[in-house]
Structure formats: C-alpha cells, structure tokens
Design a protein around this ligand. Structure first.
Ligand code: ZN
Length: 241
C-alpha cells in the first residue's frame, strides 16, 4: 500500500492544490490527513471539501475542533484565535458536520495517525522532544505513528529504550525499531522552508519520504490580507516560519 499523508492544510488552497497535484503522480492507494484543515488561511470551506473528497481517513486537529466550538480558543494566541473566529463564521453546515465527525486517532496494521500526541489526543500536545515522544511510543502498537501539529517535519526513532530525533527526509523502517514521523505542514510550514510538505509511506517497501513542493505563496499571502485576517498570518508564509 502506498499512502499519501499530509497535515496542517490550514485553509491554504494554493498549497493544498500543489500537494494533491504532486501526490497524484505518486501512485497513491490511500490518502490520509492528520488534521488542521482550517484556521489561519482564507479558504476553509474549499479545503474541507477537497480533503473530504480525497482523504480516506482524516483525524481531527485543534483548529478543526476550535472552529466548531469543540475546543477552547483560550489555548491559542491572539492571531490564531482571531482566525478561528473568522473561520467559524464562514463554515457551512456540511463542513461543520464533517469536522465534527472526525476521530482523534486512527490505527491499522501498517500505521497509527494522530494530530498531536497519543497521550491525551483531545489535548493536542506537541511532540517536540524525546520525553514527549516517549508518551506516544508507550501507547503505540504499530511500527510507525504519523503526526502533524508542529509544522516541522522530523522523525523520532525508538530502539530498545533509546529515543533519538532525526530530520531525515527519506528512510526505511526497521522492524526492531518504532517511529514517530512528523510530516510537516501543507499550508503553513515553520521550518524555514516555505514549500508545502507532504509524506509518502510505502508499507510494502517500508519506505518513508517527506517531500516538498513549491506553490504560489504570494497569492495565498495576498488572499489572507485581503480577507481581513491578521497580516502576520500572510507574511509568515513567505518565510516558512
Ligand atoms: Zn496546525
């Protein structure tokens, strides 16, 4: 099975189109989305519709829940909270229903999916260091867990009792190790690279790849500012921060 896995679209239509177009050339069997379809960007409805169409499994992100009132905006900074309120006012009934129907985690024989961490998935914790990674490893039954939320691609590897972090973009899974793979963000990368991130996992070859694709960042930035969303949410796309 070849999985196309992507996360943190954040209502960025231009970035999502670029990623879906790139994945369409990769012989993908199943698309999986790790949440945060909305928030920050100017096209929430269009992005929800497109993800709903293409993705077989989508797990819920904190922005998805917050925009429909399932998670408090008190957990967000001022600009993020402002964008969540803006988004909530623009989602139609079908989009709200879809976001409200998303599960927090998903697992099959090949993989596990969660937006933040497997411990308290409804609290959307960030897995930023080996101590936080350990919580998720302790709850992980498959060999690999794909996560998003941080908008920075990277890989935690557990071998016996040791956990290490790598910024690999292509690697093979080894059966005696476990992995947490952050696939980065489609619509608001924060690793200094403005290109949209996505991941391909070939479960037969046991190969994982994190790829990047350029998109019209300037257009996405302009639309955010024209929509009256906080200007910084547009400007940061240019820097990938
Ligand atoms: Zn996010």
């Amino acid at each position: 099975m070849r999985y196309g896995i992507f996360s943190d679209v954040h209502a960025n239509w231009e970035a999502l189109q670029a990623v879906l177009s790139a994945l369409s050339k990769e012989n993908i069997d199943e698309y999986l989305c790790l949440g945060d379809l909305v928030g920050y960007g100017s096209n929430p409805g269009e992005c929800v519709e497109a993800v709903k169409e293409v993705s077989r499994i989508t797990v819920a992100g904190n922005h998805d829940w917050a925009s429909i009132g399932l998670f408090s905006t008190a957990y967000f900074n001022t600009q993020a909270a402002e964008a969540i309120i803006w988004t909530g006012q623009r989602l139609d009934e079908a989009s709200r229903e879809f976001l409200g129907s998303l599960e927090l985690t998903y697992a099959n024989d090949d993989l596990t999916l969660v937006h933040g961490s497997l411990n308290e998935p409804d609290m959307f914790n960030y897995v930023t260091d080996i101590w936080e990674a350990e919580w998720t490893f302790n709850l992980l039954h498959s060999g690999v867990c794909f996560i998003g939320h941080l908008h920075v691609p990277g890989v935690f590897v557990r071998h016996s009792d040791n956990i290490h972090y790598f910024s690999w973009d292509s690697f093979k899974l080894s059966p005696e190790k476990k992995y947490i793979v952050n696939v980065g963000s489609v619509g608001q990368p924060r690793d200094g690279n403005p290109e949209a991130a996505y991941c391909i996992y070939d479960s037969q070859a046991q190969q994982v790849e994190i790829k990047r694709v350029a998109y019209d960042v300037q257009a996405a930035r302009n639309k955010i500012i024209e929509a009256g969303l906080p200007r910084i949410l547009g400007e940061r796309l240019l820097k990938g921060r």
